[in-house]
Design a protein around this ligand. Sequence first.
Ligand code: ADP
Length: 258
Amino acid sequence: MKRITIKVGSSVLTEKNAIAMERMLNLVSLIIKLKKKYEVILVSSGAVAAGYTALRLDRKKNIGKKVLAAVGQPILMSSYKQLFDIYNTDISQILTTEEDFDSITHVDIFKRIIDTQLENDIFPIVNENDITTTSDQLFGDNDQLSAHVAYYTNSDLLVIMSDIQGYYDKNPSKFNDAKIIRHISHIPDEALNQEVTPMHEFATGGIVTKLKAAHYLLNKDRKMFLCSGFDLNSAEDFLLHGKQSKGTLFSKRSDDEF
Ligand code: ADP
């Protein structure tokens, strides 16, 4: 069975200071379908935004963000649990840091935890443990974390679900005539060094961290698919029907399929 890692952004999971339960349910329903064909791992953002639903602290201050993440992590996970329970699927929570990926021992433990959970039909949900860590121990965004998770768990593909339909030739929130690029095999340095442009209050990366994630995987001859987390049709078409209706595939060769 092929293995995929899916990363979903906070813009998809939260709406007006609350968990967007309907969108989360759509995601969970898609994951249940995907599990028949793939081993699936989820990297989920949204803890800080979920924390803000219970406690109004300034998330821009480092300690505020950490407190919100600590408050929000159980809110986020109980929302997932409620929805996965509908499908009698048990979930797990795995919190990790960038530093963990520097150590062969930690990477090995991480991979064995994921492998054992998948073998036992437990659905793994990964997030960055930004609560007691310092900023240099962290990626700071789940795009790059998910690329490492995909690589070290031997996933065949990373799927990043965001608030956009793919990677455009220019910023789609500024230019109406921006067009989706269907396939990318190389990311130029200037694109990786652009200013970070998150769209939403709780987003951290913007397009640059998604390109960095793709760059990391391309260098290792792995693939990444960037698509919408609002309209899941393109993810479903691509992953279940072998059809790329929308979305951007990052892969070394232009004739690559998944
Ligand atoms: P998420 O919470 O899903 O990680 P972000 O807000 O961090 O989402 O990143 C997605 C945003 O990046 C989009 O809403 C879009 O406005 C912005 N963006 C800038 N340039 C581009 C581009 N060339 N293609 C797609 N999105 C872009």
